[in-house]
Design a protein around this ligand. Sequence first.
Ligand code: 13P
Length: 126
Amino acid sequence: MAGGKCLALIAHDQKKDDMAAFARANKDLLSRWKIVATGTTGGRVLDAAPDLNVVRLKSGPLGGDQQIGALISTGEVDALIFFVDPLTPMPHDVDVKALMRLAIVYDIPMALNHATAIKLLPTLEA
Ligand SMILES: O=C(CO)COP(=O)(O)O
């Protein structure tokens, strides 16, 4: 992915309404970024804020978390906002854990809930 800083957006199913509201409320800040998102999340973000530059990857359970992890490892994702559902068992829990692990390994800014995301986003250089 050429040029510009890249932000990854992901939300689990129970958090997708929150992510849509976050995208709508912060569309001006988000419009400065190239955005990558897991498949369903990316669709919801685009529904909420159609002018954003969003590349949709695979859905999370089908490899999307791993794709974003790979992009972190190659330096192509600069920050991660991931609205995690802590109350629902997931078939791809290992992928979620691996993604968070890589965000820590490569020391990129990572917000895992809405309260942190709204504080983090305005501080990031797009
Ligand atoms: O499951 C996810 C992250 O672990 C999100 O994937 P979707 O955005 O495709 O629902």
